[in-house]
Design a protein around this ligand. Sequence first.
Ligand SMILES: NC(=O)C1=CN([C@@H]2O[C@H](COP(=O)(O)OP(=O)(O)OC[C@H]3O[C@@H](n4cnc5c(N)ncnc54)[C@H](OP(=O)(O)O)[C@@H]3O)[C@@H](O)[C@H]2O)C=CC1
Ligand SMILES: Nc1nc(=O)c2c([nH]1)NC[C@@H]1CN(c3ccc(C(=O)N[C@@H](CCC(=O)O)C(=O)O)cc3)C=[N+]21
Length: 284
Amino acid sequence: MTKLIDGKQVANDLKVQIASSVKKLIALGITPGIAVILVGDDPASQIYVRNKQRAAEKLGIDSEVIHLPATTSEEKVLAKIAALNANPAIDAILVQSPMPAQIDENRIQSAIVPEKDVDGFHPQNVGALFNNAQDYYPMANTPRGIMTLLNEYMPNLVGKKALVIGRSILVGRPMMAMLNNADATVTLAHRHTTNLEQLIADADVIVVAVGKPHFLKMSDVKADAVVIDVGINRLADGTLVGDVLDDMPDSEQLLTPVPGGVGPMTIATLMQTTVELARQHSTI
Ligand SMILES: NC(=O)C1=CN([C@@H]2O[C@H](COP(=O)(O)OP(=O)(O)OC[C@H]3O[C@@H](n4cnc5c(N)ncnc54)[C@H](OP(=O)(O)O)[C@@H]3O)[C@@H](O)[C@H]2O)C=CC1
Ligand SMILES: Nc1nc(=O)c2c([nH]1)NC[C@@H]1CN(c3ccc(C(=O)N[C@@H](CCC(=O)O)C(=O)O)cc3)C=[N+]21
């Protein structure tokens, strides 16, 4: 078996720290609050939103889910966001993607005030990340959680060859920026990349966020590589698999499992960002 990175364990350690920060804030009269807007009935989204709500409850963070029908207009979602922007009990706003086709996700994400933009999607926060700004700003939680994992398993990224496969706003693009900010040499691959095999064979760290089962084989990566599998794919028989096929039984390579790798880190990091935003709002 390839050595597995224990995302659940690192996420649990992080949650212990977050719980203690929440306690301190509550003692000062500040309860962090997150609002999640879910439009439509996508079953996977419902599972993730439930996981987020459960994590918030356990940590003492107030959470509110606003579930709107799939036919909701963009104006209605914008009105909800305006109300949450103005609500002092809410520190963090997350609009679950994907959204139904009648809604322009970019318009929605830009409508959230940057100070409550827990996903780090607002252009102001994306800009801060790309400029490696030194003041506080929220950033995308899946890649940030991956940086926390890498800090445990590959602490020195300086000069490392990092390959990110997939360029979504949610994962690939911010991942590229964070690895760049950590002084890795980053390549961002996508559908039109022509030398992917060669890039895979050469990389020290690979983040795969494509959404296709068995997209990457461990036998194609270096013997000392670290592979981060972001993919969440549900097969016809109901099993959950990532984007990586672990075909190297006795190797020393490091790989994040699915489930139990990046997913739990995403949730824990979302809670971490929520608490940071609450602290920012309180001016403590
Ligand atoms: N564990 C977690 O916490 C999270 C998991 N996920 C999961 O990660 C996966 C990716 O999600 P997301 O980032 O939203 O991705 P998207 O579905 O938005 O994008 C997929 C990316 O993969 C690229 N791609 C598709 N086919 C190929 C190919 N043959 N060769 C190279 N690149 C390819 C696309 O390239 P192009 O841009 O050229 O089309 C695109 O950039 C999904 O399974 C999702 O469920 C997502 C977020 C969090
Ligand atoms: N605005 C927005 N922000 C997001 O962060 C966001 C989003 N939209 N849309 C969808 C993706 C996906 N995502 C996941 C969160 C948790 C798990 C998770 O908990 N995974 C568990 C298993 C869950 C299961 O059993 O299905 C694990 O990997 O162990 C997975 C994926 C956040 N996303």
